[in-house]
Design a protein around this ligand. Structure first.
Ligand SMILES: *Cc1c(COP(=O)(O)O)cnc(C)c1O
Length: 226
């Protein structure tokens, strides 16, 4: 089974990197997947999922959370300030904090709602790709400092999506270095094609979609029914 296979590969990569068994978590990326596949993975006992769009996530997870206990949901896609409130209502972690306006909005919404802070990760655009979300590596320390100092937010870790057309290892290494000098424990890095490499470079969470669920099916019904 695909889920078991991916979990097995994660355990093997941990061992190869001399890291404790269980030190890497699997975030199963369920975006654009037919809802039956998501339910099948839930039925196998998996509980940590990633989504990249707030609106799509709103169509499935409130219902699935009523049917399954212990679901944890991470937002791994770009976040606009006008979606922050909805994101805070649904997600246990926001992995895409990449500018001060978003940090400011998160702090303001938390204050207003009295909610506890979700896990927050700063997304770093290590490849400095203009079309991609994330803060430039040279500005990451300053953003983390502003989040902590100015907005009173606790930052749990960092997230990266390396450029598709480059070897990922230098990007994983850079993310790990930025995390270390900012005393951040969590590193969300590695996808279906490179999660074993990411584990070698210290990933604490790998975000794997197609290797768990199969190829994404554009236009599939992703919403859950009661
Ligand atoms: C879609 C997506 C993934 C998963 O990609 P796969 O190649 O299917 O494993 C991981 N991270 C982010 C941010 C994504 O948008």
């Amino acid at each position: 089974m695909a889920l078991e296979d991916v979990l097995h590969r994660i355990r093997r990569a941990e061992a190869k990197a001399n890291r404790p068994a269980g030190s890497v978590e699997l975030t199963a990326v369920s975006k654009v997947q037919p809802i039956e596949r998501v339910e099948a993975v839930l039925d196998q006992g998996h509980r940590l999922f990633g989504e990249n769009r707030v609106q799509e996530a709103q169509g499935k997870w409130p219902t699935l959370k009523q049917r399954y206990d212990g679901i944890r949901l991470h937002l791994i896609g770009p976040l606009q300030t006008n979606k922050v409130k909805a994101a805070l209502e649904l997600f246990d972690a926001i992995e895409s904090v990449d500018r001060e306006s978003v940090a400011e909005k998160i702090a303001a919404e938390l204050e207003k709602s009295g909610r506890s802070q979700p896990l927050l990760y700063v997304q770093v655009n290590t490849g400095e790709e203009p079309q991609k979300a994330g803060i430039a590596p040279g500005e990451a320390d300053a953003l983390i400092e502003r989040c902590r100092g100015e907005y009173g937010l606790e930052i749990a870790g960092l997230m990266v999506i390396p450029p598709a057309d480059e070897p990922p290892a230098p990007h994983f290494a850079l993310l790990s270095k930025i995390a270390e000098r900012n005393s951040l424990a969590k590193l969300s890095m590695g996808m279906s094609g490179d999660f074993e490499t990411a584990i070698e470079f210290g990933a604490t969470e790998v975000r794997v979609g197609s290797a768990v669920f199969g190829d994404r099916v554009p236009g599939a019904v992703t919403a859950a029914s009661e």
